[in-house]
Ligand binder design. Structure first.
Ligand SMILES: Cc1ncc(C[n+]2csc(CCOP(=O)(O)OP(=O)(O)O)c2C)c(N)n1
Ligand code: SF4
Length: 255
């Protein structure tokens, strides 16, 4: 009798550390990490990547991706990424930020980094809430959404409307690529990987600033099950934050 032969059909890519993450069940930070790690390996970029991590639930990203990393203070990741890229122009520079980090404290940094056309790639995880610090209202919190600092729901008359970062970033002169994606189903996850690849390519090709906004779950602070959280992305987030490519200076060309 012949021995049973096992065929390996899936393995993690080298870039992803063999480590259990600290994320809550159903949190999609881990999915976003995996897409980024897989792409860096597939594109042959891992060995030349410098990762800039920010403050928030993803702060330990440097423990989950086997990459050289630098930690930036809250909101300052685009400024740190700028410094890293300018001093090491041959490196691939990737920054990863949440919505509280990027669209609140770091609003100035992201706007000027994009406007200057810094040749860096930014992953922006939008889960409509400050995750790590207990679910406070973020700039992206949806109208009527209850958070610990908006217990009656976000009121546009008091707090304004949720900020649409991709739409804003796309208007800035230095932006080469800008897209919004989601991780709520397989089709959208595949789309997310394609968008990340494009954003990485514009950096590799020296074309300018690349930005991908990822609509992502925070079941813990949304007080939802992982399944309900996925449904919320479909039913509440995507209608306000439409998916798509907001700017692509390579459109029509093969990169
Ligand atoms: C300069 C500074 N301000 C505030 C904080 C506190 N802080 C840490 S994480 C965080 C919220 C991060 O939320 P977000 O960027 O949305 O990321 P998430 O945790 O949702 O992934 C805040 C306010 C800090 N550490 N440093
Ligand atoms: S608090 Fe939210 S963003 Fe943070 S790990 Fe948990 S689910 Fe993820």
């Amino acid at each position: 009798m012949t021995a049973l032969q096992e065929k390996l059909v899936f393995d993690k890519s080298d870039c992803i550390a063999d480590r259990v993450t600290h994320y809550c069940p159903g949190c999609q930070h881990g999915v976003a990490h995996r897409l980024a790690g897989e792409l860096l390996d597939e594109m042959g970029l891992s060995q030349k990547t410098l990762l800039v991590t920010s403050i928030g639930c993803s702060v330990f990203l440097y423990n989950y991706l086997n990459l050289d990393s630098v930690e930036a203070p809250h909101g300052r990741a685009p400024a740190v990424a700028t410094g890293v890229k300018r001093s090491c122009p041959d490196k691939f520079v990737l920054s990863y930020q949440g919505d509280g980090d990027l669209a609140s404290i770091g609003m100035a940094e992201i706007m000027h980094c994009a406007n200057r056309g810094e040749k860096v790639s930014i992953i922006f995880v939008n889960n409509t809430v400050y995750g790590m610090t207990g679910g406070q209202m973020a700039p992206t919190t949806l109208e009527g959404q209850k958070t610990t600092t908006s217990p009656a729901g976000r009121n546009p008359l008091k707090e304004g409307m949720p900020i649409k970062m991709s739409e804003i970033i796309a208007t800035l002169g230095g932006t080469a690529y800008c897209a919004r994606v989601a991780l709520n189903n397989i089709k959208n996850i595949r789309q997310a990987k394609k968008a990340l690849k494009k954003a990485f390519e514009v950096q590799v090709n020296g074309l300018g600033f690349g930005f991908v906004e990822i609509l992502s779950t925070c079941p813990t602070n949304w007080r939802m099950t992982p399944v309900q959280a996925n449904e919320r992305i479909e039913n509440e987030m995507i209608p306000y934050f439409p998916l798509g490519v907001y700017k692509d200076i390579t459109a029509g060309e093969e990169v």
